[in-house]
Design a protein around this ligand. Structure first.
Ligand SMILES: NC(=O)C1=CN([C@@H]2O[C@H](COP(=O)(O)OP(=O)(O)OC[C@H]3O[C@@H](n4cnc5c(N)ncnc54)[C@H](O)[C@@H]3O)[C@@H](O)[C@H]2O)C=CC1
Ligand SMILES: O=C(O)CCC(=O)C(=O)O
Length: 426
């Protein structure tokens, strides 16, 4: 049983870093609290489908390199599955499975007509040429084409993928489908049917819930000291939004290190100098480590990079009173317990980062109807959804006296559980 496995891990005094096992444990608690029978957990504990593909790419040096990729589809009782594609050297099958479950939870929380999915390719795009990346992106779409599509499973960007990669993927799918099919993928360039506001949507959603959390803690955003891990799509737009709102962004980081200035960093300068992979610290000598970042004096911390960054090793040393998880899975289960006991308000990933998939949904709707909305319309709709979702989860957490993550899972899991039961699956 999942819960026993988690207990075993702590018995041997090792922290549980297995993101799939962790999410299964919390889903089990959420379903138990909601009164669902064991068979619902049996259905939802793993993706219903995962495809592993091998993608040969002729590299610029003339040799063929074969990459491994995945697409996991968690549960499609509510509707087609949806979720990003990650290009990263640390991608694993287990990670992609967990990421697909988190996508189902996000869609449940913001009430979209989707289930969750996620894709990943084990590769390091920072070391690949433009041509190699295009070949890999097109090869991936050919390999997964039978299980994806605008009414089946709709991909989007994630770590180290962007609108250019979405454009290549859309073009490849349109060739296979013999039809120009923009609704196959979201996060596209605007000229190819992308939506206003999608590029900054994840950060905008994070900003909205961060503001709500700050109100609960009596923190004024103007002058609040914020630390952000990750300076890519989520982290860099967030730094800009918070900086413009008067917050003091005292530290940011990328995969190579972190920059810290207690007086506040020059965010516009850093945005100007960062590369397309969210790297900027390489330009500086006076960097600190990603580990040191989490122990800095500040009011709010936003992990916006990768998993398992806040652990039992550093949770006791966090000085912030709010942690807003822009990244997927940045905090372990033990660290969640420590932070909650220390009365640090956690805005969990499945809520905080749901702005991305929300505006992806708007993009898909616009593609389907062939009629496009202004940025203002998108912003207003996103704002309303994020505020409502934050309040649902915050209130659930307070009335049930449970931590914010369990509350988020309870809100997120209900729709797919109900839909699965109505369909007669469980
Ligand atoms: N892009 C989107 O729309 C969404 C992204 N997210 C999540 O937000 C997080 C960041 O994603 P993006 O900003 O899109 O990715 P990105 O590729 O634009 O940027 C990633 C950032 O993380 C840094 N990074 C990579 N590996 C790292 C490591 N081992 N340690 C520290 N920093 C590292 C990179 O240097 C870069 O600054 C991920 O967890 C992703 O799943 C969640 C929802 C939507
Ligand atoms: O925009 C989307 O459809 C998915 C975004 C995503 O991958 C995520 O929220 O982790």
């Amino acid at each position: 049983m999942v819960a026993d496995k988690a207990a075993d891990s702590s018995n041997v005094n090792q922290e549980n870093m297995d993101v799939l096992n962790t999410t299964q444990t919390i889903i089990k608690s959420a379903l138990d609290k909601l009164g669902y029978p064991e068979e619902v957990f049996e259905l939802l504990k793993e993706p219903m489908r995962i495809l592993t593909v091998r993608i040969p790419v002729r590299m610029d040096d003339g040799n063929v390199k074969v990459f491994t990729g995945y697409r996991a589809q968690h549960n499609d009782a509510v509707g087609p599955t949806k979720g990003g594609i990650r290009f990263h050297p640390d991608v694993t099958e287990t990670e992609v499975k967990a990421l697909s479950i988190w996508m189902s939870l996000k869609s449940g929380i913001v009430d979209l007509p989707y289930g969750g999915a996620k894709g990943g390719i084990i590769c390091d795009p920072r070391e690949m040429s433009f041509r190699e990346l295009e070949a890999l992106s097109r090869g991936y779409v050919r390999a997964v084409s039978q299980i994806v599509g605008p009414t089946k499973d709709i991909p989007a960007p994630d770590v180290f993928t962007n609108s250019q990669i979405m454009a290549w993927m859309m073009d490849e799918y349109s060739k296979i489908d013999e039809f120009n099919n923009p609704g196959f993928i979201t996060g596209k360039p605007i000229v190819l049917g992308g939506s206003h506001g999608r590029e900054s949507a994840t950060a905008k959603g994070v900003t909205i819930v961060l503001n709500e959390a700050a109100k609960k803690k009596g923190i004024d955003i103007k002058g609040a000291r914020v630390v952000i891990q990750g300076f890519g799509n989520a982290g860099s737009f967030l730094a800009k939004f918070l900086h413009d709102a008067g917050a003091k962004v005292v530290a940011i980081s990328d995969a190579y290190g972190a920059l810290y200035d207690p007086e506040g960093l020059d965010i516009d300068y850093l945005l100007d100098r960062r590369d397309s992979f969210g790297t900027v610290t390489k330009l500086f000598n006076n960097t600190i480590s990603n580990d040191a970042l989490f122990e800095l004096d500040c009011d709010i911390i936003v992990p916006a990079a990768v998993e398992n960054q806040i652990t039992r090793e550093n949770a006791h040393n966090i000085k912030a009173s709010i942690v807003v998880e822009a990244a997927n899975g940045p905090t372990t289960m033990e660290a969640t317990k420590i932070l909650t006991e220390r009365d640090i308000l956690i805005v969990p990933d499945v809520l905080a980062s749901a702005g991305g998939v929300t505006v992806s949904y708007f993009e898909w709707v616009q593609n389907n109807q062939g009629f496009y909305w202004s940025e203002e319309e998108i912003d207003n709709k996103l704002h309303e959804i994020m505020i409502k979702s934050f309040n649902n989860i915050y209130n659930m957490s307070r009335t049930r006296r449970i931590d914010m993550r369990l509350a988020a899972y309870m809100v997120g899991v209900r729709k797919m559980a109900e839909a699965s039961r109505f369909r007669g699956w469980v």
